[in-house]
Design a protein around this ligand. Structure first.
Ligand code: ADP
Ligand code: ZN
Length: 720
C-alpha cells in the first residue's frame, strides 16, 4: 500500500535528485508498487518517462537496482545523466576495458551502487549470477521488454533467458517496461518474463506534443527545406526508404547549408556510431536515415521527424514519429505522401509469395493510406488503430488546425475521365494534365493529341491543381496507374460511376505545406535562449557528455522565460536539482544576469554588447552610410532627416537597408515599448499569411516602414 509518507518521500526524491515538481501520469503509482516490493509491467509511449519509474525506487530502496537494457550507447547516456544528478550509477557491458570493468564490479560488490546497467548476456552469465547472490538487490528493471518477444519488431535472442530471473530471485521485485503498442507482443512479454501476476500499467499512447502533418509529396527537397526554415537550429530526423535516397538527400541538404548527415545500415559501424554521437551532441542537426536509425537514440530534444517516403505500416510510423519530442516540448511529424510511393510499396507486396503474409502487408499498407488520406483528425485515426479512443478532435494536427474544405468536383472528374479515356490508357499523369491544359508540346503534337476533344478542356485550372485532382481520384480508386506501363492512367470499374448522379467530393487543393505555429506558454527570449544553448554546448564539449545531460531544452526554455537571477529562482526551474545547481548553476546565472543588464543598457540607448546581425541584403549605399554615421553620433531621426533635407520616412528606409546590410541599429530601443509585443505576435504569426495580413492582425499599430524595420531586424538576428 502506498502510504502518504511514501508518496511524500518519492516526491522529495523527484525534486531533490531530478529537479522536477510533479510526476507524469502513472509514474508515482509505478514507483510505489516497486517500493511495495511488487512486480509491475509498464506500457508507456516513448517520452512518457519510463526511466524515472525504476530510477526512483532504485535510489530509495536499499541495495542495488539492476537495469537490463539492450543498447550499449543508451546505457552510457543514462549513467552519464544519473551521475550528473549525483546518483551513484554505473554500467557493465562489453564496451568497458578490463580495468574499468573490474572497478565497476568492485563498487557493485561493496554495495556502493544505487543502480547498475547490465547487458542481458552479461547478467545471465554464470559468474555474474553467482555474484548477484552475495549482493543486496533492490530490484530488476527490464527496459525495452518487447525485445523478449518474437512477435515484436526487435526480437533479441539474448533477451529470452531473462525469463529465468523471476524464478531465480523470487524476492526481488521485477519491472518490465516497453513502448510497444501492439497487444500481441504485450501478452507475449508477460508470459515470457513470468509477469502474469504483475500489476499492469497502461498509459495513453497519445503524444499530445507531437503535431502530425501530412503534405502531398511534390518537390520533396523544396518542401523539406521550407519545413526546416520553421525549425532553425533544431534537431530532427528524416526517414527515407532507400540508402540511395538517404545519401542524395543528405548531400542536398548539406549543399543548402544544413548540418545534415546520412545514416543507414550499409555504412561501416564506426561511421554510424560517429554520426549518432554527433547527433546526440548537437554537432549534427539533421539525420537522414533509413529505418535502421532510431532504436539506439535516446535524444530528448528531437524537434521533428520527417517521412520523405511512405512508412510501411502505422506501427512503424508511430514508432518513428515517436522519436520526436521526448522532452514534452512541441514537436512536429511531417509525412510527405505521394502516390508514386504507394505504387512502389504495392509492387513490393506483389512479390511476397506467402499469401497470408501478403494479405497482412496489404492491410498494413491500406491502413497507412487511410491515415495519410484521412479528412478527419489524424490523431484519432492513429490512436484508433491502436484501439484507443479520442473523444474530441485533437486540435494539433494539420486537419484540426486547418480543416480541408471539400467541394463537389463532379464536373472536373468528368473532364478528367474523358481525357483518360480519349488517351486510351497509354499516358501518365503529367501527360494527361498537359492535354487537359491544352499544351502544344512536341509529344502532344507528335501524337496529334491537340486534335482531341478534351485538349484544353481544363485550361482554366493550373497544373498543380489538376495533379491534385487526378491523384485524389487515384486514391479514391477511380483510376489506376499501371506500373508496368510507366504509370499510365487507366479508368477502373469504379470510374463508371462518375457522372451517374453520385457527386464526386474532393478536398480542395492547397499549395505548400499546411503548417501553423502556435507557440505554447510565454514566449521565450530567443536571444537569451541562444546564449544558454551555446554555454551548454561549450560545457558539454569540455566534459565530453551530451548537452542534454547538463540541462534539457525544457530547462533552458524556462530559464529564458523566467530569467531567474538567484539560486532560489534557479531551483524553481524544472530539471534543476540542488546538485546540478551547484555544478552548473553559476555559469548559467552569469549569462542570464549579463543578458538582462545588456538588455537594460540597450533600452536606455547604450551601445555596448552590440549583437551580431546577419546581412540579408546588399551593402549600404552612400546616403545610408551617412545616416549610419549620424546615428552613431547619437543624432535623433528628425535631425538626421533635416541634415540631409529628406523626410523621416526616408531615414527609416535607410535604417531598414542598414539592418539588412548587417549594420547594427538598436531597433528595440528605437521602437520602444511596442517592440516586445510586436516581436511576440510575429513569433506566433501564421507563416503562410501575407505580410499585410500579419500586419493587419497585430494589436500594435505600426506604420509600414516601422513594420519593415522590425521584419528586417528579425531576419538579422535570425528569428525569421
Ligand atoms: P521514455 O524512456 O519513456 O521514452 P524518458 O524516461 O527518457 O522516457 O523520459 C523522457 C523525458 O522526460 C526525459 O527528458 C525525462 O527527464 C523527462 N521526464 C520524465 N519524467 C518527468 C517528470 N515527472 N517531470 C518532468 N520531466 C520528466
Ligand atoms: Zn487532430
Amino acid at each position: 500500500m502506498a502510504t502518504k509518507k511514501m508518496k511524500e518521500q518519492t516526491r522529495k526524491v523527484l525534486k531533490d535528485v531530478f529537479g522536477y515538481d510533479s510526476f507524469r501520469p502513472l509514474q508515482e503509482e509505478i514507483v510505489c508498487t516497486l517500493l511495495d516490493s511488487k512486480d509491475a509491467f509498464v506500457l508507456m509511449p516513448t517520452g512518457g518517462g519510463k526511466s524515472l519509474c525504476y530510477q526512483i525506487p532504485a535510489i530509495m530502496r536499499e541495495g542495488t537496482g539492476i537495469v537490463v537494457s539492450p543498447l550499449i550507447s543508451l546505457m552510457k547516456d543514462q549513467v552519464d545523466a544519473l551521475n550528473a544528478c549525483g546518483v551513484s550509477a554505473a554500467f557493465y557491458n562489453s564496451s568497458l576495458k578490463a580495468a574499468a570493468a573490474k572497478d565497476v564490479l568492485e563498487r557493485f560488490e561493496s554495495g556502493k551502487l544505487d543502480m547498475l546497467y547490465v547487458a542481458p548476456e552479461r547478467l545471465l552469465s554464470k559468474g555474474f549470477l553467482q555474484k548477484l547472490e552475495h549482493v543486496r538487490l533492490s530490484m530488476f528493471a527490464i527496459d525495452e521488454a518487447h525485445c523478449v518477444s518474437q512477435w515484436g519488431h526487435d526480437f533479441r535472442p539474448e533477451y529470452v533467458r531473462l525469463g529465468e530471473l523471476r524464478g531465480l530471485f523470487p524476492d526481488v521485485p521485477l519491472l518490465a517496461l516497453t513502448a510497444t503498442a501492439d497487444e500481441h507482443t504485450r501478452e507475449d512479454i508477460t508470459e515470457r518474463l513470468g509477469l502474469e501476476k504483475a500489476k499492469r500499467f497502461v498509459a495513453s499512447f497519445d503524444r499530445p506534443n507531437i503535431r502530425y502533418l501530412v503534405a502531398e509529396k511534390r518537390q520533396p527537397l523544396t518542401q523539406i527545406l521550407q519545413f526546416l526554415e520553421g525549425w532553425p537550429s533544431a534537431s530532427g530526423v528524416i526517414y527515407c526508404l532507400s540508402r540511395k535516397r538517404v545519401e542524395d538527400l543528405a548531400v542536398n541538404l548539406q549543399r543548402h547549408g544544413i548540418r545534415a548527415a546520412a545514416y543507414h545500415a550499409g555504412m561501416p559501424g564506426r561511421t554510424r556510431e560517429k554520426v549518432q554521437e554527433d547527433f546526440l551532441r548537437d554537432r549534427v542537426k539533421v539525420i537522414v536515415a533509413t529505418i535502421a536509425f532510431g532504436m539506439g537514440v535516446d535524444k530528448p530534444n528531437v524537434r521533428f521527424v520527417i517521412h520523405h517516403d511512405l512508412p510501411k505500416s502505422i506501427e512503424s510510423y508511430y514508432q518513428e514519429t515517436g522519436r520526436a519530442g521526448r522532452d514534452g516540448l512541441e514537436s512536429e511529424a511531417l509525412l510527405l505522401y505521394g502516390s508514386g510511393d504507394v505504387n512502389l510499396v504495392r509492387r513490393l507486396i506483389e512479390n511476397v509469395e506467402n499469401i497470408d503474409q501478403r494479405r497482412v502487408e496489404v492491410h498494413k499498407l491500406n491502413s497507412m493510406i487511410g491515415f495519410s488520406e484521412a479528412l478527419t483528425c489524424r490523431r484519432r485515426v492513429l490512436l484508433g488503430y491502436f484501439g484507443e479512443r479520442l473523444d474530441e478532435p485533437c486540435g494539433n494536427c494539420d486537419i484540426c488546425l486547418d480543416p480541408p474544405s471539400t467541394y463537389d468536383a463532379t464536373e472536373l472528374a468528368i473532364q478528367a475521365l474523358d481525357a483518360v479515356r480519349q488517351l486510351k490508357g497509354e499516358h501518365g499523369m503529367g501527360y494527361v494534365v498537359d492535354v487537359l491544359r491544352g499544351s502544344r508540346n512536341a509529344r502532344i503534337l507528335e501524337h496529334k493529341h491537340d486534335k482531341l476533344k478534351c485538349h484544353g478542356s481544363g485550361a482554366d485550372i493550373n497544373a498543380d491543381e489538376w495533379t491534385s485532382i487526378l491523384r485524389q481520384m487515384v486514391h479514391h480508386g477511380y483510376f489506376i496507374q499501371d506500373v508496368s506501363m510507366r504509370a499510365a492512367m487507366r479508368p477502373t470499374k469504379k470510374a463508371e460511376r462518375i457522372g451517374s448522379g453520385e457527386p464526386i467530393i474532393l478536398a480542395k487543393y492547397q499549395p505548400g505545406i499546411r503548417r501553423q505555429f502556435k507557440r505554447l506558454g510565454t514566449p521565450k527570449d530567443e536571444a537569451l535562449f541562444k546564449k544558454l544553448v551555446e554555454l551548454r554546448q561549450r560545457m558539454a564539449d569540455e566534459e565530453d557528455i551530451p548537452p542534454h545531460v547538463i540541462f534539457s531544452d525544457v530547462t533552458l526554455t524556462e530559464l529564458s522565460q523566467h530569467k531567474p537571477t538567484d539560486d532560489a529562482g534557479m531551483l524553481k526551474t524544472s530539471g534543476i536539482s540542488p546538485h546540478k545547481l551547484e555544478i552548473y548553476g553559476e555559469e548559467f546565472l552569469d549569462v542570464i544576469c549579463s543578458h538582462a543588464k545588456s538588455a537594460a543598457a540597450r533600452k536606455v540607448g547604450g551601445k555596448e554588447d552590440i549583437p551580431k546581425l546577419i546581412a540579408k541584403g546588399p551593402g549600404a549605399n552612400e546616403a545610408q552610410t551617412y545616416t549610419l554615421s549620424l546615428y552613431r553620433e547619437g543624432m535623433p531621426v528628425s535631425e538626421i532627416a533635416a541634415q540631409q533635407g529628406v523626410g523621416e520616412v526616408t531615414i527609416l528606409k535607410h535604417f531598414v537597408a542598414l539592418v539588412r546590410a548587417g549594420q547594427y541599429i538598436d531597433v528595440p530601443a528605437f521602437i520602444g515599448e511596442d517592440f516586445d509585443t510586436a516581436m511576440s505576435e510575429l513569433d506566433d504569426a501564421d507563416p503562410y499569411a501575407s505580410l499585410s495580413e500579419i500586419k493587419r492582425d497585430m494589436s500594435v499599430e505600426l506604420d509600414n516602414e516601422t513594420f519593415r524595420l522590425i521584419m528586417a531586424w528579425r531576419e538579422a538576428i535570425g528569428v525569421a
